[in-house]
Design a protein around this ligand. Structure first.
Ligand code: GTR
Length: 351
């Protein structure tokens, strides 16, 4: 689908709502209620972790002269439905800049390897050199180190109908990275962003909606149960398909209650996008990513703007659709970096 067509389809969906007053669910501006609805029905409710002691241990600090950076490797612990897990986070900070804004990216193993191999990061989903050259830091971790992305990973445990799933678990790990960054002298904790692709774009949105320490949230090609409006899907993934193939991502009742009811859901993802307001929201789509349905991602973003308008911060939300297919590319990163800069992130907050 070409960009113009996506936007046309989305614009007509929005126009249909305006004209008929039906179709798309009206915006829900009650943030707490919105989070509860999505906990119960989609991502699951996290248990209380009695006795959990948070730890973030710096295991290595290196100077990486090629990109003028300090690389820190950190071991961070977190909770999962299977118990405690420790994962390794890899962070790059520009040298000699003091505390800088940081983009946190829940990532695929490949992201770290690609950057190490390609060095200049050109082909990477994680273009570290681009981020560094703009004066920002970035950190990633392999989501599989937190909880294995396997449909059977939770088979051995009894799950309540609203039990938390893998997306919520990975999102908690993103928050654990924020816990560490709050203590890290090279990070400006008032300027933390979260960015992720696809299943990790869904994770990004859920982490960013629930954890208000993230001042900017960038779900990319996030599709169903990411930025995309479920009730406006034009031929992309359905609830039946996603919950059959990836039951571990969601709360069990996401399938038992909502399978086959895509167009009748009493909640929708524009509510969750609105839950990011008044913080910065940057949604990214790709024109050929039909499985994620970019027109419904746009429609959802468009419909969430009411919340930003209400909070008098309409400039805090942006959307882009780029050429090409499913992915997180330097073009997307440039959009996010530019948006951050437009909001003063390149200016120093610390002496
Ligand atoms: C697909 C899934 C999408 C998206 C994608 C990905 O198979 O159906 O919702 O999450 O995987 O993460 O690459």
């Amino acid at each position: 689908m070409k960009i113009e067509l996506c936007l046309l389809a989305a614009a007509s969906a929005v126009a249909a709502v305006a004209a008929q007053g039906n179709g798309v669910l009206p915006m829900n501006n009650d943030r707490d209620a919105v989070i509860k609805v999505f906990e119960e029905n989609v991502y699951g409710v996290r248990p209380k972790f009695d006795g959990f002691v948070p730890k973030a241990e710096i295991v290595q600090v290196e100077r990486i002269a090629e990109v003028g950076a300090v690389r820190k490797t950190v071991a961070i612990n977190t909770m999962t439905p299977l118990g405690e897990a420790t994962f390794k986070a890899t962070a790059y900070f520009p040298e000699g800049k003091g505390a800088v804004p940081v983009f946190v990216m829940p990532g695929f193993h490949q992201s770290i390897r690609e950057f190490d191999l390609a060095w200049k990061g050109k082909m990477s989903r994680w273009p570290v050199d681009l981020v560094l050259s703009n004066g920002f830091g970035t950190v990633t971790f392999d989501y599989n180190d937190v909880l294995k992305d396997d449909a059977h990973v939770l088979d051995g445990i009894e799950r309540a109908p609203n039990a938390w799933g893998a997306i919520s678990t990975w999102a908690l790990a993103v928050s654990r990275v924020a816990d560490w960054l709050e203590t890290e002298p090279l990070a400006d904790k008032s300027r933390l962003a979260v960015v992720g692709l696809s299943r990790l774009g869904k994770t990004t949105l859920w982490a960013g909606a629930t954890d208000t320490r993230f001042a900017m949230v960038c779900p990319t090609c996030s599709g169903l149960f990411g930025a995309r409006m479920t009730t406006r899907n034009l031929g992309g993934e359905t609830i039946d398909q996603i919950t059959a193939k990836f039951p571990h991502w969601f709360t069990p009742q996401c399938r038992t209650k909502w399978c086959g009811k895509d167009w009748e859901l009493p909640f929708d993802q524009h509510w969750l996008l609105g839950a990011v307001a008044p913080r910065l929201l940057a949604v990214g789509s790709a024109e050929d990513d039909w499985w994620a349905c970019p027109s419904a991602e746009f429609c959802s973003w468009e419909c969430s703007r009411g919340r930003f308008q209400e909070l008098k911060c309409i400039g805090n939300t942006t959307y882009h659709v780029r050429h090409g297919g499913h992915g997180l590319t330097p073009v997307d990163w440039e959009e996010y970096i530019d948006f951050a800069k437009k909001h003063g992130w390149a200016e120093r907050t610390t002496p």
